[in-house]
Write a protein that binds this ligand. Structure first.
Ligand SMILES: Cc1cc2nc3c(=O)[nH]c(=O)nc-3n(C[C@H](O)[C@H](O)[C@H](O)COP(=O)(O)OP(=O)(O)OC[C@H]3O[C@@H](n4cnc5c(N)ncnc54)[C@H](O)[C@@H]3O)c2cc1C
Length: 553
């Protein structure tokens, strides 16, 4: 945590050195003492400090300076750090000006030069003012600050990326938070450069995209080696489990994730059915633990990095990344999971990311605070999201097409929903339109049995309706089922009992795809059970098949 700052301004180098030396001796452990040799330089310094999120406890300025007097400087500095204490250093001849400054300008006190001995004439006064300042001091947040308009897709993408990668940040809405406007001015940024990220060192990144922020934060996007025993695409439960087992059993392992470790499970507010956690565990916490465990075993993790294609190159498998980089490996494990299907209705596409969200979008909880939220879907993920948002929203309405939740949701969640007064379930109801200027404002809902529509105010629409696999990057390489899920093991055998295009004498191993040495596990696999525990199970077990394959090389 950075120490608060004391700023000294004086154009006389000797006086400046003397004040700084006294201040450092007395306050150096608690405060950072910085200086400027003119009023203009002092103001510039104050702007820089604000940009770095430093706090100024005290401005101490000489009165007599060319161009800008101490009174003028202190008055202007109050616009930058209004809570800071402001004290003038004056010669006896300037006493009247100092008194005037206290009466008229924003100056708290004046001290006469020379102030020796400081124990008597300087420190007691400063102690009082600094104690007063400390009484109301709240240490500044020292993570990233994101400046953006709340209702923009880029801001949503950036916030989600930071939250899911567990990077602490503070969101400052430039429309509603005065501090955000000041920071924009300090960083000399315009509206067209939003979202912008301010880093703790005071630098700003305009039009901040997740990959650029990742680079600045030192998140790893390039592998240390060119060749690995095992490359895993996707760091959801399946990929993380395979990484832990693979690396712990001696395989040189690379794990590649395009968004954030944890996958869908990382988006879950509370996983209640994972063995060993009787009170449930937040998806983000499970992901954090698994990622730490993988790192401990020496897994190289690239994030954010996306696999865009794969080529079979003799015994090697070559994986090409979105930035053009590539790695080679003996074995590729596809653990790229699924994501939610899109809902089709006028207005939904335009408002996606600005009120309409797919998946949990926990970062958007403040958006629905005290307002009405809608959740589409009748599965467990929809139920969990409804429970989560019910803690913030005035009301949560679950929209389902069927009669009730019993056929699609676990009974424990149905019981929780029944016991939550601000959640209602509307059956046989679908969204036929989303409306809003800057962000979602209204939904048009249709109740099919009665052939009626109604318009409701809505601050957020969270959609959880079935899943599509992330397999487009495998086009033309591995066989998939009609919905795009990867076929493995015995599922590669056709209705005629024959393995098509399988090049080896032996049968494919468990979780092996139509290409020897390429395996698939978790939700992306055709016929898999879409659960955290099964993803973890498949990821772990696939490693034993991988060892069998490696033994044949
Ligand atoms: C909100 C929510 C709540 C849930 N709650 C529960 C629950 O309580 N209990 C339960 O058992 N299950 C729950 N599930 C389901 C469970 O999370 C999934 O079954 C599980 O996460 C699947 O794991 P996976 O590793 O196969 O895939 P995923 O979790 O989907 O992970 C795949 C990862 O691969 C990455 N990826 C995709 N393509 C690429 C690429 N080309 N390059 C790099 N990376 C890529 C994705 O970004 C993703 O991180 C929930 C799901 C959601 C969305």
């Amino acid at each position: 945590m950075a120490r608060p700052t004391i700023v000294v301004v004086d154009d006389d180098p000797q006086v400046l050195a003397a004040v700084k030396s006294d201040l450092k001796r007395r306050y150096g452990a608690q405060y950072r003492i910085v200086h400027a040799d003119s009023g203009a330089a002092g103001l510039e310094l104050a702007h820089k400090l604000r940009l770095r999120n430093d706090d100024v406890a005290l401005f101490l300025s000489d009165q007599r300076m060319p161009q800008m007097s101490g009174t003028e400087f202190l008055t202007q500095s109050s616009g930058i750090f209004p809570r800071a204490k402001r004290i003038l250093l004056t010669a006896y001849a300037d006493t009247n000006a100092a008194i005037e400054a206290i009466n008229r300008a924003d100056v708290h006190y004046y001290l006469l030069k020379p102030w020796h001995p400081p124990e008597e004439k300087l420190f007691p006064v400063l102690d009082d003012f600094l104690d007063d300042w400390q009484a109301h001091y709240r240490p500044a947040f020292d993570g990233l600050r994101v400046l953006a308009y709340r209702w923009t897709r880029d801001a949503h993408t950036l916030k989600t990326f930071l939250a899911r990668n567990q990077v602490p940040y503070r969101f400052l809405d430039v429309e509603r938070v005065a501090e955000a406007k000041n920071l924009l001015a300090d960083a000399e940024l315009s509206d067209s450069e939003l979202p912008a990220v301010l880093f703790p060192d005071g630098t700003a990144l305009p039009n901040a995209a997740p990959s650029q922020v990742a680079e600045r934060l030192g998140l790893k996007t390039h592998a240390d080696a060119e060749f690995f025993d095992l490359v895993i695409i996707g760091a959801g439960p399946a990929g993380l489990a395979a990484a832990v087992y693979g690396a712990s059993e001696g395989l040189h392992t690379l794990l590649v994730e395009r968004d954030a470790p944890g996958g869908q499970a990382g988006e879950s507010s509370r996983i209640e059915n994972y063995l060993g956690f009787p009170a449930g565990i937040a998806g983000s916490e499970l992901s954090r633990r698994a990622t730490t465990q993988a790192r401990r075993f020496g897994v190289d993790i690239l994030c954010p990095q996306e696999a865009v294609s794969v080529e079979v190159d003799g015994p090697s498998r070559r994986i090409v990344f979105a930035d053009g980089g590539e790695v080679l490996c003996h074995v590729l494990l596809i653990a790229s999971g699924v994501s939610y299907r899109r809902l089709e209705a006028p207005g939904l596409l335009e408002l996606t990311g600005t009120g309409v969200y797919y998946g949990a979008a926990a970062t958007e909880a403040p958006t629905v605070e005290g307002r009405d939220a809608y959740v589409v879907g009748g599965g467990n993920s929809a139920g969990q999201a409804a429970m989560y948002f019910s803690r913030f929203a005035r009301s949560v309405t679950i929209l389902i097409r069927g009669d009730d939740l019993t056929s699609s949701m676990s009974q424990y969640l149905i019981d929780q929903i029944d016991a939550t007064p601000n959640i209602t379930v509307r059956n046989h109801t679908r969204v036929v339109e989303a409306r809003g200027e800057k962000g979602l404002e209204q939904l048009v809902l249709r109740h099919d049995p009665t052939d009626t529509t109604d318009v409701v105010e809505a601050a957020g629409l969270f959609v959880f309706i079935g899943a599509l696999p992330h397999t487009e990057w495998l086009d033309g390489v591995v066989r998939r089922d009609a919905k795009g899920f990867v076929l493995t093991g015995a599922d590669l055998v056709g209705d005629d009992g024959q393995l098509r295009n399988w090049p080896l004498e032996r049968d494919p191993y468990l979780f092996e795809t139509s290409v020897p040495g390429i395996f698939a596990a978790g939700d992306v696999r055709s016929g898999s059970v879409k659960r955290v525990a099964s993803g973890v199970g498949e990821g772990s077990v696939s490693v034993s098949s991988i060892h069998r394959y490696l033994a044949t090389l």
